[in-house]
Design a protein around this ligand. Sequence first.
Ligand SMILES: C[S@@+](CC[C@H](N)C(=O)[O-])C[C@H]1O[C@@H](n2cnc3c(N)ncnc32)[C@H](O)[C@@H]1O
Length: 321
Amino acid sequence: MGIMMVDCLNNDTVRQFLCATQLAAINLKNISKEVDFILTILSHPILKKYPLKTTYITRFLKAIISQMENSGIELPDELYLKYVEFIQKESNEGPFYKHYVLDNDIISNELVESVITIQESISIVSQGTTGLCTWQAGIALSCWCFKNQDKLKDKFIIELGCGTGLSGISACINSRPSEYWFTDCHATVLNTLKHNIQINETHHKFNCKYDIVQFSWNDIEDLKMFEKKKPDLVLAADVIFDHTMFEPLCSSLRYFTNNNTTEILLFCTLRNPETYTKFLETLQEYDLKFTQNILPNNYSILLQQECPIYIIHIKQNVSHA
Ligand SMILES: C[S@@+](CC[C@H](N)C(=O)[O-])C[C@H]1O[C@@H](n2cnc3c(N)ncnc32)[C@H](O)[C@@H]1O
């Protein structure tokens, strides 16, 4: 019997492969049984149209081959031929993409119905911005939006420093906010975001009005656009890494919470405890009341779990214990 796409998509290794998870974070112990899934996925038209980075594919196939050889398992010819095929077209010239399957329990047999496809840069800083690749907290926020659809329903949501747009696209297709604004300060980031939205609009229905807005929290003038219409919910992921940004960011957050109804959720990867503590101190200086939670280790197989991820919840009119 042929391989069913739905079985491929429910397989953890396949889901990690599709979003190019670092090899060190992938458990290849059972790979011999998953090889057929990977070969099926690799032949899918979506991976031809929106390819993963070729060097990632060759390193991944090489790891599978070594694993099988070490275990004395016979290599299927097709696996070796694929490896040679990708070695020959190895290149660093993109564009390259990643495909995120956020749902743990896929029921569709159609790959395009289950993935969010995102164009990603191959380095974490390119063209003077960090926003051209998806960060760990961004993946966490996209999963959170998928799992907490009721918390987004009918809300006017603004995302700050949205980068590639994975979280917002997840919110727009999986939940029903009344309106979603993707905001970022960087023009190239916003252009890539537009491209990512176009890709996903071809096979997903966006269930709300959305807008792409150039907004810098460094520029007080920019806040004027929210004078008449304050968001119900402000979201942001991985925007807390540069302490020179803390004051302007907190000043904007303070502005949003002036009405005492706007809630803010910041998803933060804890890379440097001192930076994180300094940010919490800045929140206190701006009299922003917050609570924090740590995301469980097993929150999503798509997270590499190098560092813990915190959710900071800011809400002014509630007394936080
Ligand atoms: C580390 S990236 C995170 C991107 C995305 N949220 C994610 O998690 O994948 C930080 C983002 O914040 C944006 N950014 C940095 N400074 C900003 C500012 N002053 N105003 C608005 N956006 C800013 C960058 O352009 C970039 O897209």
